[in-house]
Design a protein around this ligand. Structure first.
Ligand SMILES: [Zn+2]
Length: 334
């Protein structure tokens, strides 16, 4: 049962299953939800279920036939995955044209053709317009799945022609299952990761990485110092971001992770500064966060605003080093 590996998102699955049973499966779906909650994995299972040669149940893949294996490996001739190129800010019109041309071809295996667009947030007017005709008069058997972080960011051209399936942050129980699936078994670590992940399995798994956890300690020491050093802090964050490799999406993901770690530390400091009880902190952590808390909730709120702003810019692909230096400067102001 391959859906078992999708944790959470039962309403989304029921929505698709009900449509399938009525013979009313759509030809264009917009999967909307925050990063790291499992939209991509869900979409892959959906594609597998659509292309499986031997489905054991309604809209369920067998996970054994060649088609299932090929979808998982992204080598199935009737399954394509479209991404925004690393060096581009938007989904280029050429990529959209290629997608449309490919979807118009008859399925090689005679069934359906499924196209998954990973970065639907990146459509611009021109590339979205390319899809217009495909969305209005879809080729027989074509299914287009678009992944996006918010419906509000989508152009009306796309939004009005797709069926929207909503994905929500995962609850603690589902998050724990994802972590267990990935070999995290220590109960204290599980609790800590669930607490820090904000319902994103992607973030929880990133934090399960020792290097990331060490970086969190580095951040804590830097901001919790009595005289924080913006230059030193920026250097450490940049080093962490660049350790993701040369690949720009990986660096952006790291930068976003660093900002979320910082946000989480600052939020905890706000709670301490307001005198709230914060369970699960060890003495060293509490001491450093008290030093931040001492600047008062209003000053920390300003730092949190800087984090939110910076996170928005990460997605807009500005120069990461400059962004990080500015953020470090605002967070270290006392
Ligand atoms: Zn199969």
């Amino acid at each position: 049962m391959t859906w078992d590996r999708v944790r959470g998102h039962d309403p989304a699955r029921q929505q698709l299953l009900a449509a399938h049973r009525r013979g009313r499966l759509g030809h264009a779906y917009l999967f909307v939800g925050p990063d790291g909650v499992g939209k991509r994995r869900f979409a892959t299972e959906f594609a597998k279920a659509l292309l499986c040669e031997n489905p054991p149940a309604d809209l369920t893949a067998c996970d054994r036939c060649p088609a299932c294996a090929q979808v998982a490996a992204e080598t199935h001739p009737d399954f394509s995955v479209v991404r925004t190129p690393d060096d581009k800010l938007e989904l280029p019109v050429d990529t959209a044209r290629e997608l449309v041309a490919n979807l118009a071809l008859r399925p090689v295996r005679g069934g359906r053709k499924v196209t998954l667009v990973i970065d639907a947030d990146d459509f611009n007017e021109e590339s979205a317009n390319c899809l217009l005709k495909t969305l209005e008069e879809p080729p027989a058997g074509a299914v287009l799945i678009l992944l996006a972080t918010s419906a509000e960011r989508q152009l009306a051209t796309i939004l009005s022609r797709c069926q929207v399936v909503r994905f929500h942050p995962l609850g603690p129980a589902d998050l724990k299952l994802v972590l267990l699936d990935n070999g995290v078994t220590d109960p204290a670590t599980l609790d800590r990761l669930v607490r820090l992940s904000g319902g994103s399995a992607g973030r929880a798994l990133a934090l399960a990485d020792d290097a990331v956890w060490q970086f969190r300690q580095t951040l804590l020491t830097a901001v919790g110092s009595t005289r924080p050093d913006p230059v030193g802090l920026a250097a450490k964050v940049i080093e962490f971001v660049e350790s993701a490799g040369k690949d720009s999406p990986a660096q952006r993901a790291r930068a976003s992770l660093a900002i979320h770690l910082l946000t989480d530390l600052l939020r905890t400091a706000v709670r301490l500064s307001l005198g709230s009880e914060v369970p699960g902190l060890d003495a060293a952590e509490r001491g450093k966060l008290q030093a931040v808390a001492a600047v008062g909730p209003d000053a920390i709120a300003v730092m949190l605003e800087a984090c939110t702003e910076a996170d928005g810019y990460v997605e807009r692909r500005v120069q990461l080093a400059i962004l990080i230096e500015q953020l470090a400067d605002r967070v270290c102001r006392r």
